[in-house]
Design a protein around this ligand. Structure first.
Ligand SMILES: Nc1ncnc2c1ncn2[C@@H]1O[C@H](COP(=O)(O)OP(=O)(O)OP(=O)(O)O)[C@@H](O)[C@H]1O
Length: 252
């Protein structure tokens, strides 16, 4: 699904990612931890192909295709989607129209999807214009539901979300990553799951999202390098007890 080989990236002239190696399989959810400024968002932005993230060494493959220098819109067409920590406001473009664009020509029922994320009242407002933190997250999820990507990059899906909304957002994210939660149209859960192979790369500080999704593997990004491979819950427990200082030992 996703393979990153020896990736070095400069941002604003400074080396931020220093030799990243990572593989995420079909249907796997991988959790990324790390202190502020360690390069987590830069990694996701690089994977999405945004300008300003200069790959100085290394390769990125998606489904065996080399996408290292592919433009962002082509990566989106291939099936990579992203939910941003701070997405921009876009004046003059209604969220409803953006959701249709995300569907890339497929027929989608925007109103029906909006109901699932409690977004009906906001559909005809410009994207993110005056939206609250929780509304921005729900807007992002709605766009992802329409895109139906094969790989989703989530940058801190819990940030700015109250506990009640976290429940809604957590369940929607689980639906995007793990497929429908109950049998549909006479198709068994096992069959639905085997058809749904969406993978996730998810940044979290709090770990709230772990209550909602299946995630067996995680790592810490520390000063631009990956370390400490373990079960995400174990990493979280360790960080809350000892902070990130132990990661320095793992790196040496
Ligand atoms: N456009 C830019 N120009 C210069 N430096 C940048 C730019 N974007 C990011 N950086 C720097 O790169 C480093 C890594 O930033 P990044 O946002 O990737 O960290 P992060 O791990 O996601 O942090 P956080 O947990 O606070 O979100 C930071 O020192 C940041 O200031």
């Amino acid at each position: 699904m996703l393979t990153i080989e020896d990736l070095f990236v400069k941002v604003g002239g400074r080396e931020i990612l220093k030799g990243i190696n990572l593989q995420i399989s079909d249907g796997e959810n991988f959790i990324l931890f790390g202190p502020n400024g360690s390069g987590k968002t830069s990694l996701l932005m690089t994977l999405m192909g945004f300008d300003g993230y200069e790959i100085v060494k290394g390769r990125i493959y998606y489904n065996d295709q080399d996408i290292t220098h592919m433009p962002a819109y082509d990566r989106a067409r291939l099936g990579i989607g992203m939910s941003f920590q701070r997405p921009p406001t876009i004046h003059g473009l209604k969220t409803r129209d953006m959701v249709k664009l995300c569907a890339g020509g497929r027929e989608v029922d925007v109103d029906e999807m909006a109901k699932e994320v409690n977004f009906t009242e906001l559909l005809d407002r410009d994207i993110n214009a005056g939206f609250s933190g929780g509304e921005i997250k729900r807007s992002e999820l709605l766009q992802l539901m329409a895109q139906d990507p094969g790989l989703v990059l989530f940058d801190e899906p819990e940030s700015g979300v109250d506990l009640e909304n976290m429940n809604l957002i957590g369940k929607v994210i689980r639906g995007i990553l793990d497929g429908p939660l109950e049998p549909r149209n006479g198709i068994s859960m096992k069959e639905l799951k085997s058809r749904h192979q969406t993978s996730g790369l998810i940044i979290t500080h709090t770990g709230y999202i772990l209550d909602y999704i299946n995630a067996d593997r995680g790592q810490v990004l520390y000063e631009g390098k990956l370390c400490c491979t373990a079960r995400p819950r174990d990493i979280l427990d360790h960080i809350s007890k000892y902070g990130y200082k132990e990661c320095v030992r793992c790196l040496n």
